[in-house]
Design a protein around this ligand. Structure first.
Ligand SMILES: [Zn+2]
Length: 555
């Protein structure tokens, strides 16, 4: 305990009776106090405290929450008030919470010892039950709180979600188009944007719908049907105009959900590059953000869902049939192709060897032995055999368990680096560019060096037998299933089967690769043979389908 601390306290109490304490009050965003309940609470708490204790407010400062930023005495506004030239003007520094006043424990301890003790100043944190640091207990408590604050600083994203960093002066709304989900409002001489009480919720619903697999077009239809105005229409309505009609398109939905503005970033649309807006960086070097409509986590999920929805499908062409690139000619190994034949106003579908002699086939290989195999006949025979052999087994699924490779964090840091660079070189320059960049790069290097968890593959039961699964799929899905499992069907005419039996067996076995006989799973053979329509014999190689099954668990 420092000598004289307690008597100082008593002196202060006595002093108070003679003369009012004069305070520097560090309020955040004082002119925005009606913008969020959070800020209201803070301002009210401080005001009430000052009134109750009859403290005279000598000065107010606003720039306390420079997250992760400068030591308190180096910050532009509060730092000036704390300079030696004003030492005689005030007695206490009043803040709402310690973690907004000090960037870490060292910052606090340094300030306390080198400043407060030396010049006889007090710190009062009203948010922490009027914590008074002139008492030993208060100092100990403060130490713990500041350590906590230090830990909290490491999760800046979390702080943002709590809305502690919202609505900086740079987040003013200067007129013009604003995104669906926001509404303008005025405080003093300036306009700002805040989440619209109804439409902000619509944006969240849209995001959740996309993540759950709904199409942008479906969402657009739903919005139009429910009479939700588009961003433009809502803006017209705000101005007292009422557009006669409006309807949503899928493209509009995608554009909105792709926008960084819905997660609160204030974007700058340079006239030269209106299609590639950049995020605005504030005077403190941080990106300027408004209260977001959806949080970062959901926003990234939405982007991933939108990315996935534009990826090309599995490559199945229209009209694909069960055995394309799965069935092959048993004589030459050629792939089975579809052939159509119209007779008596009926369409007949066949499989034919790709090397069949016809006017389209100019290749050297000629194979006319297989002929035309009716599709229905072969498809049904294959399906029946599969159901007979594996129908009763329960299907399992390989599921990829993602390890944390820190890619999300690195992606975010990468975007920050890119934006800061753009801001610095393309736009008007970024304050503290080199310092900010150094910090971002150091953080990137640190996260990159963290150990990565590898993704794991785990086999999980689906609760479905092969039979149920097969029934639930249409022909395209069945085709994709067989193909992805490496199933392989060789077809010959029945009369040739006996003669070529060994050769066929060898061929299919060799295509299984190095799998040995003792690798049999659940007694499922690598190949099964079935007859099709009395004229053909098919040898079905099960490929990796065999590895997907397990016995149905006893109930
Ligand atoms: Zn052939």
């Amino acid at each position: 305990m420092k000598k004289g601390t307690i008597s100082t306290m008593n002196d202060m109490e006595a002093f108070t009776e003679k003369k009012r304490l004069r305070a520097i009050v560090a309020k955040r965003l004082s002119r925005m106090t009606d913008s969020t309940t959070h800020l209201v609470t803070e301002a009210e708490t401080i005001d009430e405290f000052v009134k109750r204790k009859d403290i005279e407010v000598w000065a107010e400062a606003e720039d306390l929450d420079v997250s992760g930023g400068l030591p308190i005495r180096e910050r532009p506004k509060i730092g000036k008030l704390l300079s030696l030239e004003f030492l005689d003007e005030w007695d206490v520094l009043i803040i709402y919470k310690l973690d907004r006043g000090f960037r870490n424990h060292l910052d606090f301890v340094t300030f306390y010892h080198e400043y407060c003790e030396r010049y006889g100043k007090k710190i009062i944190s009203v948010g922490e039950e009027g914590l008074d640091m002139s008492t030993p207990m208060g100092r100990m408590f403060a130490g713990i709180l500041v350590q906590f604050a230090e830990w909290e600083l490491q999760s800046i994203g979390e702080r943002r979600r709590q809305g502690q960093n919202v609505l900086r002066r740079e987040a003013r709304y200067g007129g013009g188009r604003y995104p669906f989900g926001y509404e303008p409002y005025q405080v003093g001489a300036y306009w700002y944007l805040r989440p619209h009480p109804i439409y902000a919720r619509e944006v969240e619903q849209m995001a959740l719908a996309i993540v759950s697999g709904k199409s942008a077009r479906g969402i657009a239809l739903d919005l139009s049907e429910r009479g939700i105005p588009t961003g433009w229409a809502a803006q017209q309505a705000q101005r007292g105009k009422s557009p006669k009609t409006y309807f949503w398109t899928g493209a509009q939905v995608i554009r909105l959900l792709r926008s960084e503005r819905i997660r609160g970033y204030v974007m700058h649309y340079a006239p030269e590059t209106p299609r590639t807006p950049v995020r605005v960086v504030g005077a403190d070097g941080e990106f300027v953000r408004r209260e977001p409509l959806i949080d970062d986590e959901l926003w990234f999920k939405v982007q991933a869902a939108l990315d996935a929805s534009v990826r090309p499908k599995s490559g199945i062409r229209f009209g694909a049939s069960l055995l394309l690139r799965v069935g092959f000619c048993g004589y030459c190994g050629g792939a089975l192709h579809q052939a159509f034949d119209n007779r008596h106003d009926r369409e007949y579908r066949y499989y034919r060897c790709e090397n069949i002699r016809n006017k389209h086939n100019k290749a050297q290989r000629r194979c006319g032995k297989l002929g035309s195999v009716p599709q229905d006949v072969l498809n049904e025979a294959i399906a029946a055999k599969l159901l007979e052999v594996i129908g009763k087994y329960e299907l399992t699924e390989k599921r990829l368990i993602e390890g944390d490779d820190h890619s999300v964090t690195l992606k975010k840091l990468g975007m920050q680096i890119a934006d800061l660079t753009t801001q610095h070189y393309v736009n008007n320059g970024a304050p503290d560019f080199h310092k900010r960049m150094q910090e971002l790069e150091a953080e990137h290097a640190r996260v990159s060096a963290l150990p990565r968890e590898k993704p794991k593959v785990r086999k999980v039961a689906t609760g479905k037998t092969f039979r149920q699964h097969w029934k639930d799929m249409d022909d395209e899905q069945r085709h994709a299933y067989l193909k992805s499992g490496g199933a392989h069907v060789l077809v010959v005419r029945k009369e040739d089967y006996t003669a070529r039996k060994e050769e066929l067996a060898v061929r299919t076995a060799s295509e299984q690769g190095t799998q040995a006989a003792d690798d049999l799973i659940l007694d499922i053979p690598m190949n099964v043979v079935t007859e099709a329509g009395g004229k053909y014999v098919a040898n079905i190689g099960l490929g990796t389908l065999r590895e997907q099954f397990q016995h149905v668990a006893a109930a």
